[in-house]
Ligand binder design. Structure first.
Ligand code: ZN
Length: 227
């Protein structure tokens, strides 16, 4: 813990003064463009991976980057989504899964979670993903971790669409959904393509959407992915 406390001191002494104007601007409000939903795993740093600054990502994290389907039950994720979309007006929502996800391992083998009843219940939101993979192979085991992780991203995107504010935004074209998969060991980020139903390198996926900007970033060596 000591290095964490020392980090605060370093932030206040060295980092904050350098970005004082930015923090001064942020002190009175935020208008992030992106709601970023990812796993609580300590190895993921959304701002580092996306090279964004405070104020740019509205980040929502939990075990397994889960989005419970909308219901009349009020939960933290549901309230955060509603706030990000209806109050802040984000125009993009990213659901980002990752490699070596402990939550996905738990979803594959829930019988190992008897001492973690809340985790076990929470990961029930991933059952459609595990059942899709089980149905595809006739069984389910740890060898299917990558496939379950991908299916889970797709499933949580489905759940997102059930939230009224998101459904409304998609219907009027003000919101775009994105399914990502972050590889902790390589730094690659793959993106789900609704048409091909496959995850492809981020540069490929967004070439169509952002065209020249992506090409320029690649030329500058600033992109990450299988290019
Ligand atoms: Zn995880």
């Amino acid at each position: 813990m000591e290095h964490v406390i020392n980090g605060v001191a370093k932030f206040q002494k060295e980092v904050f003064p350098e970005k004082k104007a930015k923090f001064s601007e942020l002190a009175s409000g935020q208008s992030p463009e992106v709601l970023f939903i990812t796993c609580a795993d300590s190895r993921i740093d959304p701002n580092l991976v996306t090279q964004t600054e405070p104020g740019e990502l509205f980040i929502c994290r939990n075990a397994g980057n889960v989005v419970p389907p909308h219901s009349n039950h009020t939960g933290g994720i549901t309230a955060s989504i509603e706030f990000a979309v209806a109050a802040l007006g984000v125009s993009h929502i990213v659901v980002c899964g990752h490699t070596d996800c402990g939550a996905m391992k738990g979803a594959i083998a829930p019988e190992n979670l008897d001492t973690l009843p809340h985790v076990k219940e929470w990961l029930g939101h991933c059952r459609a993903a595990t059942e899709v993979v089980r149905g595809r192979h006739g069984s389910l085991c740890k060898d299917h971790l990558d496939e379950v992780t991908r299916e889970n991203v797709v499933q949580q995107l489905q759940h997102l669409r059930t939230h009224p504010s998101v459904a409304s935004g998609i219907a009027n074209g003000s919101i775009t959904l994105h399914g990502w998969l972050y590889n902790i060991g390589t730094g690659d980020v793959l993106c789900y393509d609704e048409q091909s139903k496959e995850f492809t390198a981020i540069s490929e996926r967004y070439r169509v959407m952002f065209g020249d900007q992506i090409a320029a970033a690649q030329a500058a060596g600033a992109s990450c992915g299988e290019v």
